[in-house]
Write a protein that binds this ligand. Structure first.
Ligand code: CO
Length: 190
């Protein structure tokens, strides 16, 4: 019985060591507020960065994660907005641009792994037509709707040093910022 547990523990430690779960930076870390640089070299570094982002996103139960959130100011993010009853569907998005937005807006209660404990209703275009590069540098065109669209826009904002709370009305933003300061003080005490 104990031997079995020991074995499972070893397998667990081995699998964890294969994964590269990075530390997620929290607001107001300055790296989150900076515009990220375009990626021109589609090499092993970018492949490694993308797998770090994927491991870190799934480990944190997120639907999207952008490179600045793990301290790297490069224009890459990953997202997987598939439902729990669907297969995993992770997209790696490099140098993204929005080519067209719908007139119709939709609203989601958004959260962010860099702003834990805060969710706010944010309104954004419901459908976006986008262009980006994949890991090989090949251009990809896609149309995203609903949660996928919201997530794409949220992650693209990260690459421009913008956070979802920047979409709030000024008064509301001040309230949220104060709440963040209080909770970070609490965290430091523990
Ligand atoms: Co975020």
């Amino acid at each position: 019985m104990y031997k079995k547990l020991f074995y499972f523990r070893l397998v667990y430690i081995y699998l964890k060591s294969k994964m590269a779960v990075k530390k997620i930076l929290l607001y107001p870390n300055p790296l989150l507020l900076r515009a990220s640089a375009r990626i021109d070299a589609f090499d092993e570094n970018i492949a490694n960065l993308s797998s770090d982002l994927i491991d870190t996103m799934y480990d944190a139960d997120g639907v999207g994660l952008a490179a600045p959130q793990i301290g790297i100011n490069k224009r890459i993010f990953v997202m997987d907005c598939s439902r729990e009853d669907e297969k995993k569907d992770c997209r790696i998005v490099i140098n993204p641009q929005i080519e067209h937005v719908s007139e119709e807006f939709s609203s989601y209660k958004e959260g962010c792994l860099s702003i834990p404990g805060i969710t706010e209703e944010i309104s954004r275009p419901k459908v976006v037509k986008v262009v980006y590069q994949d890991l090989n540098g090949v251009l990809q065109r896609n149309t995203y709707d609903d949660l996928w669209s919201t997530c794409f826009q949220h992650e693209l904002d990260h690459l421009n040093g913008k956070l979802f709370i920047d979409h709030l009305r000024p008064m509301k933003k001040i309230l949220v910022k104060n709440k963040m300061k209080k909770s970070s003080k609490k965290e430091k005490k523990v």
